[in-house]
Ligand binder design. Structure first.
Ligand code: SF4
Length: 363
């Protein structure tokens, strides 16, 4: 591999990676343009091994979507509906409670809750939800509401983002998921999600959350109309914010699924391009500890391959997933703990259970 690195004139970035130095935006482009994807995978794997050795983490988690009614209607989103449209749903707190109770005998350590920007739900709905979840699942990390939802809750409740976050944290919110980041570039955003908050606003809300001690994840939706440069600039913005706040725990690369989207593109990007993008994220995000291989969006086989392209986390059992599956994901809806562990060991890694904040769980 060293010979190939030399052949492709990547010795300089190789040395920087070995020495733990930051890769610049222009070097990131050089890496991505390397014609041999194995070289990119190798470089990302060096970083992954240095940070996490042979460990691949997973979590026993449950996803709940409380509504898909959304005022935004982003073009790429196959999940959202108008209020009276076929397939629209909204859950009461009692219905959410029942979903938790149905799985109460499972030792779940993370509850992941996201939904649409509902036109009528006020802050009380979200506070009551968090309080009830905390009561039912005191040992699980409550990872709820993206920056986009927080902005919407603040707007509809006539409060500042900061006040909403303080109230939710007080009710029991532990951390926030990383959704809604999409691609930060304003021109791309105008085409794929014109009504959604800007990239700058997303970063500002996350910075506020971090300043209040609320850790978050972060994401990037890629493989639609954006260029590789847009991806690289997106990753650069994430690592710049992380330099300031150190509040990101995990980056989740989300490949765009074309099947049920109103945003029409000719071809879904190749599996290799997905792997290269994950690898590039691992190389660039030198200050974000974890990279997730999200099997729901990648599919099980590619998610396993991603463990050799920089990813060190395999997400979790999930229980019920709607967003990716409404977009056309063909992955299963749920995985048993044994299946997760077998998939990780089958790739040559050691599975270790974590909670939502990536703290190891002793078994
Ligand atoms: S991506 Fe989120 S904000 Fe956009 S339409 Fe879908 S649910 Fe609403």
């Amino acid at each position: 591999m060293i010979k190939k690195i030399k052949d492709y004139k990547l010795e300089n970035v190789y040395k920087k990676i070995i020495n733990g130095e930051r890769i610049t935006v222009s070097e990131a482009k050089e890496i991505y343009n390397c014609p041999d994807p194995k070289v990119i995978g190798y470089l990302a794997h060096l970083v992954r091994k240095k940070l996490h050795s042979n460990i691949t983490t997973y979590v026993l988690n449950q996803h709940i979507n409380y509504t898909n009614i959304c005022v935004n209607r982003c073009k790429f989103c196959a999940f959202s509906r108008e209020k009276d449209q076929d397939g629209a749903f909204e859950l009461t707190i009692s219905q959410i409670k029942r979903k938790i109770e149905e799985n109460i005998n499972e030792p779940i350590r993370e509850i992941h809750i996201v939904g649409g920007c509902h036109p009528h739900f006020g802050l009380d709905y979200y506070v009551d939800m968090i309080k009830e979840l905390k009561r039912l699942r005191p040992n699980a990390t409550l990872k709820c509401f993206t920056a986009v939802e927080i902005h919407h809750i603040a707007k509809i409740s006539n409060l500042s983002v900061k006040d909403v976050l303080i109230k939710l944290k007080h009710a029991g919110l532990d951390m926030m998921p990383g959704g809604g980041a999409e691609i930060f570039d304003s021109e791309i955003r105008r085409k794929i999600c014109p009504e959604k908050i800007s990239g700058e606003k997303w970063l500002e809300i996350i910075e506020t959350a971090h300043s209040l001690g609320i850790k978050t994840n972060c994401t990037m939706l890629f493989g639609h109309i954006e260029s590789v440069e847009h991806r690289i600039h997106h990753l650069d913005k994430l690592r710049r914010l992380q330099d300031k706040t150190n509040g990101f725990i995990c980056f989740i690369p989300l490949p765009f699924l074309t099947k049920n989207s109103r945003l029409k593109i000719k071809n879904e990007i190749s599996g290799i391009e997905k792997l290269k993008t994950i690898a590039l994220a691992r190389i660039m995000l030198d200050n974000i500890p974890h990279i997730k291989s999200y099997w729901i969006m990648l599919g099980l086989k590619l998610a396993q391959a991603a463990l050799y392209f920089g990813a060190n986390d395999f997400d979790g059992t999930v229980v019920e997933e709607k967003i990716g599956h409404m977009a056309g994901a063909t992955s299963p809806n749920v995985l048993a703990r044994k299946e997760l562990e077998d998939m990780i060991t089958g790739c040559g890694f050691k599975p270790v259970q974590r909670d939502g904040l990536f703290r190891f769980v002793s078994q």
